[in-house]
Design a protein around this ligand. Sequence first.
Ligand code: BDR
Ligand code: CA
Length: 308
Amino acid sequence: MKKVLIDCDPGIDDSLALALAAGSSDSLDIVGVTTVGGNVDLELTTANALALREFLQLGDVPVTPGSAGALLHRTVRATAVHGSTGLGDVVLPQPGRGPSEGHAVDFIVRTLEAAPGEITLVAVGPLTNIALAVRREPRIVEWARDLVIMGGSYTRGNHNPAAEFNMLADPEAAAIVFEAGWTVKMLGLDVTLTASVTSGVLERMRPLGRLSGLLVPAAQFYGVVTDESGPAIHDACAVAYVLDPGLFTCVPAVVNVETAGQHTRGMTVTDFKISDRDANALVATSLDVPAFWDLVIGSYEKLATRLG
Ligand code: BDR
Ligand code: CA
């Protein structure tokens, strides 16, 4: 059983990533969900995480809110992509239970300290909480079994030509995280854009009972679905990496996050021409797309059986 702590900003693809984790309960143990302001404001990402905890039947998994905005700079949101609530057209039942007491940063530090070497941090939003946790307690770098992020890119941006959204939303936090001393597993746009919901994938999501009521409208809101292309469920790639790293080709690199550039803030400047010893990241360069979807849909099918 692999233990994961998921830091997220749901967010359409965050929701589909949480659904993947929920459907993989035979091999993943979700020890906590922490939220961060990102795609939408913190109040909404937390409300969405709480609604998802109940909809996905995650039981007692604590949901702990964290940072509302970036460490230093103005807030950037992605409501144009995720809608004003963060979940597109999807309206989940109101959750009966609220968030845990305390702050996500304390939860992250405390949880990693209690189980050194056991828990993989999966961060699929801006890296504000993770950076603050590193600053609060640098030993989390040793305590974490691994840090897997959806963020960055070595070829292109999406929020602008240079920067991927999670990096642009808090470049200083991202720089702190990449410089902290661990080997960041970076699932960037280079691979996540290949994880796109084509019409063939959408057809596999339709017969999944109550779960399809989340998956199908979420995917359709997120982008135009055709036979050849569709919206990329970026964040699910980070969970898929934990489940089966062999789905990805990964290459050691030095990644530096641009924090000063006038047109390039948030760019992940990636140098592959290094000795492995110098690497601060393992960067995904390709994804076995058919095997990815078999894993994701297989997990969704298991979850759908539970949800009815
Ligand atoms: C990332 O940005 C957010 O909009 C998504 O949830 C994902 O984490 C993709 O660039
Ligand atoms: Ca996200």
